[in-house]
Design a protein around this ligand. Structure first.
Ligand code: CTP
Length: 406
């Protein structure tokens, strides 16, 4: 669970998006967090404290005069225990209050009284599109950011008022991902990461082709982990049906040739390249424009193949040309003798780090085991979820990056 041990104060302010706060509360608890709900008077017009108490399994606080606190200082006690305060939904009015440092009810009082260095403030705005676009609100967003607040952004689409545009609160699952990401160590800030993932599809004719069993899960987990670590991430994905990790720029490709073109384009600006894709080694020499039909003679089509260009080796060559400004990481999917194959493949591809795994044991699974091979030897990463391994790999990569002098 990604939020085990975290204590989050979830603040609700007045807005129809309060209905989403119920699901958000549940999602945070499911991920291992303890959640203390604090509501404004306006929020309790939209959702009852009873609902939020039942979901958080804790009494809800709504007043600074709450006599349940021994010292009658709920605003101090609540914020001292928190790992973060998350205001979701945060109304335009409440953002204005926070920006001005007002403190005339419990939630704003608690935000003002929080120890800023120890308790971050995350804000999920929710309002009508005109209110969001108003210069006063945008001024408040800028002020809140300048004061160290983290404004999580807004969604776009149909609004409760019947209008369409920016200003909706992000969906509970999106907010959950943002909160989880917030707590990850920011070891890749300033890095541009390029990841290839998934299989490729090599057409035989318009309805048939050659592909492989890669699900893309490891590469997508690495893209997510790199984004959580603060990098700008581009994910060049073969044909897979996985959701794009939040904040990641995804480029969908089909064949190995498409993947090579996209990789070369994005590698120009990248500082890290991680090749997890299971690229088809060969493609049919000539893809037919029309479906190949059976002619009734019982004869089978004779397919000839040509080798696909090695994307990793080509990008690694570019990296060497850029004298080490692009750190390349390869993967090796093997069926046996992992250490020997991974060691040989690292040298053959000309990359500083190669990550070995046993292909048939991991294709399509949610977990994996990795073997990291670099010039100084090998290191095992025992079986774990692909996301946990991806985060550990990101930290291994960060520790190998050249130190840039300021
Ligand atoms: N790779 C690539 N382009 C190719 C083939 C492989 O970029 N045309 C990359 C993969 O993304 C991976 C690494 O090279 O990072 C090793 O891929 P793998 O399939 O394990 O090895 P191959 O190079 O194909 O060698 P072999 O099939 O002989 O094991």
């Amino acid at each position: 669970m990604d939020l085990s041990g975290k204590h989050i104060v979830l603040g609700l302010t007045g807005g129809i998006a309060c209905y989403k706060a119920a699901e958000l509360c549940r999602a945070l608890v499911k991920e291992g967090a303890t959640v203390q709900v604090v509501m404004t008077e306006a929020a309790s017009q939209f959702i009852t404290p009873v609902t939020m108490q039942a979901l958080s399994n804790r009494p809800v606080y709504a007043s600074q005069w709450d006599a349940r606190e021994g010292n009658n200082m709920a605003h101090i006690n609540l914020s001292r225990e928190a790992d973060a305060i998350l205001i979701a939904p945060c109304s335009a009015d409440f953002m204005a209050k926070l920006a001005q440092g007002r403190a005339d009810e419990l939630l704003s009082l608690m935000c003002l009284a929080r120890p800023m260095g120890a308790v971050p403030l995350l804000i999920a705005p929710a309002m009508n599109r005109e209110m969001w676009a108003h210069p006063a609100t945008q001024r408040n967003v800028a002020q809140l950011q300048a004061d160290g607040g983290v404004v999580l952004g807004v969604g776009s689409g149909d609004q409760a008022c019947g209008e369409t545009g920016d200003g909706r609160m992000l969906e509970p699952q999106e907010l959950l991902q943002d909160v989880i990401a917030f707590f990850q160590p920011k070891v890749l800030v300033g890095q541009q990461v390029l990841v290839t993932a998934g299989p490729t599809f090599e057409a035989i004719d318009p309805v048939r082709g050659i592909t492989n069993l890669s699900s893309g899960k490891m590469g997508f987990a690495i893209a997510r982990a790199a984004q959580e670590a603060g990098a700008q991430v581009t994910l060049v994905a073969g044909p897979v049906s996985l959701p794009t990790p939040r904040g990641v720029h995804r480029v969908d490709v089909k064949s190995a040739s498409n993947m090579l073109l996209a990789s070369m384009e994005y590698a120009q600006a990248a500082s890290i390249f991680i090749a997890t894709a299971a690229v088809a080694d060969w493609r049919p020499a000539q893809a037919s424009d029309q479906k190949i039909k059976k002619d009734g003679s019982g004869e089978t089509p004779q397919l000839a193949f040509v080798e696909n260009q090695d994307i990793l080796a080509t990008v690694a060559q570019l990296a060497r040309a850029r004298s080490g400004e692009l750190f390349c990481v390869g993967f090796a999917a093997e069926s046996h003798d992992l250490l020997a194959h991974a060691t040989a493949k690292r040298i053959k591809k000309g990359v500083p780090l190669l990550v070995g795994n046993i292909g048939p044991a991991t294709f399509g699974q949610d977990d994996n085991a990795l073997l990291l091979v670099d010039a100084s030897g090998a290191k095992e990463m025992p079986r774990n979820s692909k996301l946990a391994l991806a985060r550990a790999l990101v930290s291994e990569i960060a520790s190998r990056l050249p130190v840039v002098s300021p």
